[in-house]
Design a protein around this ligand. Structure first.
Ligand SMILES: Nc1ncnc2c1ncn2[C@@H]1O[C@H](COP(=O)(O)OP(=O)(O)OP(=O)(O)O)[C@@H](O)[C@H]1O
Ligand SMILES: [Mg+2]
Length: 263
C-alpha cells in the first residue's frame, strides 16, 4: 500500500469576503524532498501556508499531516507534531543576540517549563549549521537581512521539525548566501525532513526543488519537476500575465531562460 505524503492539502478554499484567495487547491509535500510553491504576487501562497500551519481556517477542504487530519488542530499542536515555519516578515527578537534568539526558540519548542535547557553546544551547533556562527554575539536587529533569514531558519530548526514551511527564505540574501542556502535545504531534505518553500528566486527554486506546484489566482495550475514547470505553457502564460500588470514588471517573477537539465 502506498504511504501517505507527509503533508496533503486537499481541495482547500479560502474566501475573504468576496475574494477567493485559495480556490480548490490540492497539492502534497513529501518527506525527504524540497517542494516549491510558486506563483505571481497575490496568488495565495502565504494564505496556503496560513491554512497549513493553522493561522487561517479554510472555508472548505482539509489538511493532512503525518497521517492525521489537522484542519482544526491549533497552531501550537501542529508545531508539536512537527511543523516548523518561517515568516515572510522577520520575527526574531531584535534586542537579543543571535545566540539567545535560538536559545529562546529551543526553550519554546522543547523546554519543559524551562527545566530542559539547551546546551550552548546545541545552540551553537544550529548557528554553525545555517552558517551564521560568526554573528552569535551580535544583536539580532543589527545583522544583515540575509543573516536574519538564516536566524529564522535556525530558530525553526530548534524545534526539530519534520516539515519546514519557508516563506520567501532567500529574500535579502546575496548570491553566495543563496548558493549555500540551497545546499543546506538539500541537506535538510536528505535527513528525511520535508520542505515546502514559497520563493520568488526562480534560479534557487529550479535548482533546489524536487517538485513544484504553481498557484495562480488561488488555483494550482501546474505541478511537476522543475524541467516540466519551465516548459509548461500555462505557467509561462501566468508569469507573463503578471509582468503585464499595471504595477509594472516584477523581474524576480520572470522564469529564467529554458535550460534543458540532463537526465
Ligand atoms: N486577511 C486577508 N483579508 C483579505 N484579503 C486577503 C487577506 N490575506 C490575503 N488576502 C488576499 O488574498 C490573496 C492572496 O494573498 P496571499 O498573501 O496569500 O498571496 P501570496 O501569493 O502570498 O502573494 P505574495 O507573493 O505577494 O506574498 C490576495 O488577493 C490578498 O490580497
Ligand atoms: Mg506571500
Amino acid at each position: 500500500m502506498p504511504t501517505e505524503p507527509l503533508l496533503s492539502v486537499e481541495d482547500v478554499v479560502v474566501q475573504f469576503g468576496g475574494v477567493t484567495a485559495v480556490d480548490h487547491a490540492s497539492f502534497v509535500a513529501e518527506a525527504g524532498r524540497v517542494t516549491g510553491l510558486i506563483g505571481p504576487n497575490g496568488a495565495g501562497k502565504t494564505t496556503c501556508f496560513n491554512v497549513i500551519s493553522g493561522l487561517q481556517k479554510p472555508t472548505r477542504g482539509r489538511v493532512r499531516f503525518r497521517g492525521r487530519t489537522v484542519s482544526h488542530t491549533p497552531v501550537h499542536r501542529r508545531a508539536k507534531r512537527g511543523m516548523g515555519r518561517t515568516f515572510q516578515r522577520l520575527e526574531a527578537f531584535g534586542s537579543l543576540t543571535v545566540r539567545d534568539n535560538v536559545r529562546v526558540a529551543h526553550d519554546i519548542h522543547r523546554g519543559l517549563l524551562g527545566l530542559v535547557r539547551p546546551s550552548r553546544a546545541d545552540v551553537d551547533g544550529l548557528l554553525e549549521r545555517v552558517g551564521i556562527a560568526a554573528y552569535a554575539d551580535e544583536r539580532a536587529d543589527s545583522v544583515p537581512t540575509g543573516t536574519a533569514r538564516l536566524l529564522e531558519l535556525a530558530r525553526c530548526l530548534a524545534g526539530d521539525p519534520r516539515l519546514l514551511l519557508l516563506d520567501e527564505p532567500s529574500s535579502g540574501q546575496d548570491e553566495t548566501e543563496t548558493d549555500a542556502f540551497g545546499q543546506l535545504l538539500r541537506d535538510l531534505a536528505a535527513e528525511g525532513r520535508g520542505i515546502l518553500m514559497v520563493e520568488h528566486d526562480m534560479d534557487l527554486v529550479m535548482s533546489v526543488c524536487d517538485e513544484i506546484h504553481v498557484l495562480d489566482f488561488g488555483r494550482v495550475i501546474a505541478s511537476g519537476s522543475p524541467a516540466q514547470i519551465r516548459r509548461d505553457p500555462v505557467v509561462q502564460q501566468a508569469y507573463l500575465g503578471a509582468v503585464d500588470e499595471p504595477d509594472g514588471p516584477d523581474q524576480t517573477l520572470v522564469l529564467p531562460a529554458v535550460q534543458e537539465v540532463a537526465g
